[in-house]
Design a protein around this ligand. Structure first.
Ligand code: BG6
Ligand code: MG
Length: 216
């Protein structure tokens, strides 16, 4: 069995938009008188907009119209931050790693829970580097369900056991493991259950190193 595809999460792996998501939720929370800290925000990493709202609410009930209104407001704040994104916001080592994988004949996919993923990739000038892009519109069941990564693998034309998922969120590693993928946990210290971890992100990895460790 040989690894033939790499699938990357976006937020926290390719670029650090987590800060923008945090500031947007924080603004909404402050306007609504809800306590929301950076530690609270860690629970939102990798999960959908709807699940992020649920976690921010911590059990506080709101009706559906209010939920829709709050998600729209949060997204408006987030999209204002997106205007600031340029190719300089690509995390260190990412371009080299993508180039090196493509040169080795590995197919490249993106698997992001975000409905803004394509816009972010365009702003980073990376959209053409991926052979398949799965985002917040691609599947119904979001991470930690494996559906998104399986959808991307299908588009790339490879079964999960020939693919590696690169993720910064526990929900994403859980999703990839549930789907039967190899996993690399990047840039986030709480990830302990991935096949490999790289606290320094893609900058500290080489394609050869990943293949040597995971190819059996
Ligand atoms: C994930 C982020 O990539 O996308 C989450 O890690 C975010 O923080 C989720 O909530 C959904 O993003 P969006 O852009 O659809 O609200
Ligand atoms: Mg992420």
């Amino acid at each position: 069995m040989t690894i033939k595809a790499f699938i990357f999460d976006l937020d926290g792996v390719i670029t650090d938009t987590a800060e923008f998501h945090f500031r947007s939720w924080k603004q909404l929370a402050e306007e609504e008188g809800i306590a929301f800290t950076r530690e609270d925000n860690e629970q939102l990493r990798g999960v959908s907009r709807r699940e992020s709202l649920n976690r921010m609410l911590k059990g506080r009930p709101i009706d559906e119209a209010t939920a829709q209104n709050w998600m729209t407001r949060k997204n408006d704040y987030y999209r204002a931050y997106l205007q600031e994104i340029t190719p300089e916001h690509v995390l260190p080592g990412v371009v080299t790693f993508l180039d090196s994988a493509a040169s080795a004949g590995i197919k490249l996919g993106l698997g992001s829970a975000s409905k803004n993923a394509r816009d972010v990739l365009e702003r980073l000038n990376l959209i053409d580097r991926f052979d398949a892009i799965g985002d917040g519109f691609s599947v119904v069941n979001t991470k930690p369900a494996p559906d998104l990564f399986i959808w991307v693998a299908g588009r790339l034309g490879f079964p999960p056991n020939e693919g590696v998922v690169f993720e910064d969120a526990e929900a994403g590693i859980d999703a990839a493991l549930a789907g039967g993928f190899y996993t690399v946990g990047v840039g986030h210290s709480v990830i302990t259950h991935a096949h490999m971890v790289s606290p320094g992100g893609l900058a500290d990895l080489t394609v050869e190193g990943v293949l040597a460790k995971l190819n059996k």
